[in-house]
Ligand binder design. Structure first.
Ligand code: HEM
Length: 201
């Protein structure tokens, strides 16, 4: 049975909002523990990274399923990653630091995990701004592809941001790093396979 793309699209749209609904529910019912600001910050950071990895998983899913629909979800999931990353940053600037720009600047310059987080958010911003079809058309396919290649360094740096942030237990960031590496390896293997088949081997 072939599932219509519209059904997949709507299901994914509902799914991307679920973490936000859960967060709002817990914030309103006092379910965020003793340090709600830190809990919100970490929760939004986690989901930004998860959605970035989900967006990066779409090409491998296409390779395995040989279906076109995963690629058509790329924009929605990329924008979702940006949305959660932006909410994570806003929580840090507005609620955590209360617009204390001097401290925020000191953090960006002195704490390497924040420096790296800033680079990731800037990359995601550029990718989000250039994601509409009309902008892609204006840029031209080649330039657009070159620019959107930046999603890979963004994924790697987002894992590094988490790795550098944790002080003792590095298991979680290591798991994200392994997932990211597997996704990249699948792409590299597929590229190599395509090259070989083009050469007629
Ligand atoms: C300017 C940009 C960013 C700033 C200022 C920032 C800041 C922070 C801060 C302050 C923490 C928590 C530190 C603590 O509680 O001790 C954190 C954790 C985290 N951030 Fe960011 N971040 C930024 C961008 C990003 C981006 C773009 C992503 C992912 C795409 C991300 C993912 C995470 C993750 C996964 C965590 C750890 C959450 C956990 O402990 O479970 N951050 N970040």
């Amino acid at each position: 049975m072939k599932i219509p793309f519209r059904a997949i699209w709507w299901t994914v749209l509902v799914f991307v909002f679920l973490p936000l609904v859960w967060l709002i529910y817990n914030a309103l019912t006092g379910g965020l523990g003793a340090n709600p600001i830190e809990a919100i910050n970490r929760y939004l950071g986690d989901w930004a990274l998860r959605f970035l990895l989900i967006a990066l998983a779409l090409t491998p899913i296409r390779i395995f399923t040989k279906q076109a629909w995963p690629i058509r979800l790329r924009r929605m999931l990329g924008l979702t990653a940006f949305f959660y990353a932006f909410a994570h940053l806003s929580n840090y600037v507005v609620i955590d630091q209360f617009f204390d720009w001097a401290t925020i600047w000191q953090d960006i310059v002195k704490r390497r995990f924040i420096t790296v987080g800033m680079v990731v958010i800037l990359i995601l911003l550029v990718l989000a701004l250039t994601s509409p079809a009309r902008i892609a058309k204006r840029l031209g396919a080649k330039k657009w592809k070159q620019l959107h290649w930046l999603v890979y360094p963004a994924g790697a740096l987002a894992c590094l941001h988490f790795f550098w942030m944790v002080k003792a237990d590095i298991r979680e960031p290591i798991i994200y790093g392994i997932i990211f590496s597997i996704l990249i390896i699948i792409r590299l293997v597929e590229r190599h396979r395509k090259k070989l088949s083009l050469r007629g081997n």
